[in-house]
Design a binder for this molecule. Sequence first.
Ligand SMILES: Nc1ncnc2c1ncn2[C@@H]1O[C@H](COP(=O)(O)OP(=O)(O)OP(=O)(O)O)[C@@H](O)[C@H]1O
Ligand SMILES: [Mg+2]
Ligand SMILES: [Zn+2]
Length: 247
Amino acid sequence: MAAESNGLSRNGSGHACPLGRCDGSGWILGEDGLAYECDCLAPRLAKARSAGVNSVIPARYRGVSFDRPPITEIDSVVVNAVRDWVEDLDRNLAEGRGLWLMGDTGTGKTSLAMLVSKEVLKRNRTVAIYSLPKLFARIRATYDAGPEGDSYTEFFESLCSVDLLHLEDLGTEKRTEWVLEQLYALINERYERQNSILVTTNFDQSQLEEQLGDRILSRLVEICGDPLPLYGTDHRLEFRPPESRAD
Ligand SMILES: Nc1ncnc2c1ncn2[C@@H]1O[C@H](COP(=O)(O)OP(=O)(O)OP(=O)(O)O)[C@@H](O)[C@H]1O
Ligand SMILES: [Mg+2]
Ligand SMILES: [Zn+2]
């Protein structure tokens, strides 16, 4: 099959190969008659798999980097642990190891977590990023369309299969039996598939255990390891204009 003269080859459905190598199908026919995977295939499959889940880094955190504040201002023990995880990203994802950032408000948990998700996305791996309340609103919306419906099953499967599930603010969701059931099903499925989870939370382990139960907690501990503690003053207050300070 000859490539078009503009260097972009297309298949019948009009999808161009971003690398200009295959006919857009993701496969290259060799002279031996066998089909070889084009380098464009894996990242496209990964994107398709994550379709329907949120992978967008919020605007406030898009610029996060190890060599810039606020990351350079955060406790170096925690930052180094996160850097180690990122340096070994492929193996950590393959072995289903995650991270857990725990502590006071405004101490850089979300900044660090977004930095991790950004690095995972840069490597063309898939990430689903949700705050717990948003996640349950989304699950409920697909669930209400019918529990046996495609949208619920597909969304749940995407949440289970992305390379990294990034959960913000664990413990802030409204607890109902249904929410706990859904959370258990999700965490347990990722646990069984050996898929990584990244968690930020203001609650300590015993508070979370009381809220979520020991079955969810023990799986999270096994996936994410010991929580990385970030305690101290709320750095958000530093950025408030002086007239709005309480003192
Ligand atoms: N150690 C720090 N030094 C300076 N600024 C910081 C530090 N940690 C966080 N910040 C700044 O404080 C704000 C809040 O950071 P971030 O959202 O990461 O906090 P958080 O720990 O996730 O808070 P919360 O528990 O309320 O979600 C951001 O503007 C961030 O740049
Ligand atoms: Mg946060
Ligand atoms: Zn291609």
